[in-house]
Design a protein around this ligand. Structure first.
Ligand SMILES: [Zn+2]
Length: 349
């Protein structure tokens, strides 16, 4: 079901059929979130926090699934800086969309409540508008969860794609393109990562040309339209920040180093070395952000590494992710606000 239909059903039918009002904090730490659960949570947030939420659709995936876009803002006349938060570019990385959802929910709750976990929520909304894409790869998420409802007609095509491991290891989009290798950062031609696949595959295939995947094209065009000052793209695993590459690091004049060092220390994350070889690092969303918009882009790898491809079980979310990282987006923004007066000139074009 398309998200507009969800919005309609929830807004029209809630008062009529007397559904219980959802809890204000609604994300369940131990559940595995399916695509329909993500849609429902977003509609619940719209219903509960109407004054601060806009819910729309960025566009539709290769299989026609909605890619929801949530905006959190405080309406007033002043011009804000845009922040972009993205989850689940990679199909199997379920913790990332759940983290983004829970962050949005706790942040919205904190705007008006006195017992919210983010006391600076109101203040941050004086400076920033938040644009959130909790699930950038809905087809891939459905494949990795073997949730075929609504995509049955694509099943034969999916099964013709080279599959490395079980469905639960699926990383690509529905057409077998790794979205985080498909952005047009100027390094697409040289990109040849360690999981390289020539043909469409469940992981490692960068596509035949930049933005071949509808999902990558939608996201890249949106980035061009809002030019976020900070983009956090959430993945799993590693407890590590990929925050800089050789091609763009110098332009930030040390701001990226200060910002990410602060966050890594506060959240007990590792800082990756500045990526050296575009053959390895190129064509990711964060690389596009840095190279083409000259803004800060970080790939955040949530949860501890282990030696298997399989993701941590859903019920480990609270201890492996939430406890450790719940303040991460806030720390980024508070630190960016503190450092901005010293560095504003790097964002002037
Ligand atoms: Zn990933």
């Amino acid at each position: 079901m398309k998200i507009k239909q969800w919005i309609f059903i929830f807004l029209v039918c809630y008062p009529l059929i007397g559904f219980a009002q959802p809890q204000k904090l609604l994300i369940k730490d131990s559940s595995r979130y399916s695509l329909s659960m993500i849609y429902e949570s977003l509609v619940d947030m719209l219903y509960l926090y109407e004054a601060h939420v806009d819910l729309s659709i960025l566009g539709y995936s290769e299989f026609g699934q909605s890619i929801p876009l949530l905006k959190i803002s405080k309406p007033n006349a002043s011009l804000k800086k845009n922040v972009l938060i993205v989850g689940n570019l990679h199909a199997r990385e379920f913790f990332s969309s759940k983290f983004v959802l829970k962050f949005c929910n706790e942040f919205l709750y904190s705007i008006d409540a006195t017992d919210g976990i983010y006391p600076s929520a109101n203040k941050l909304l004086e400076t920033y508008d938040f644009f959130i894409i909790p699930v950038a790869n809905p087809d891939g998420l459905k494949i990795a969860q073997e949730d075929w409802q609504g995509i049955e007609s694509f099943k034969q095509g999916i099964d013709s794609i080279k599959r490395i491991g079980p469905y639960s290891d699926w990383k690509a989009n529905g057409k077998g393109i790794d979205l985080n290798n498909n952005f047009d950062d100027g390094n697409f031609e040289v990109k040849h990562g360690h999981l390289f696949e020539e043909e469409p595959a469940s992981q490692g295939h960068k596509g035949d040309f930049p933005c071949q995947a509808i999902e990558a094209k939608l996201l890249q065009d949106y980035v061009d339209s809002i030019v976020p000052i900070l983009t956090l793209s959430f993945h799993t695993k590693g407890d590590i920040l990929f925050w800089a590459d050789r091609g763009s690091h110098a332009q930030f004049k040390g701001l990226d180093t200060k910002l990410n060092t602060k966050v890594a220390a506060a959240c007990d994350f590792k800082l990756a070395k500045v990526s050296r070889n575009p053959k390895e690092y190129g064509a990711g969303l964060e690389n596009y952000i840095r190279a083409k918009t000259k803004r800060i882009g970080v790939c955040v790898e949530l949860s501890a590494i282990n030696d298997i491809t399989a993701q941590h079980p859903a019920n480990k979310f609270y201890t492996l992710v939430w406890e450790k990282c719940k303040n991460m987006p806030i720390i980024y923004l508070e630190e960016l606000s503190r450092l901005y007066p010293q560095y504003f000139s790097i964002f002037e074009n």
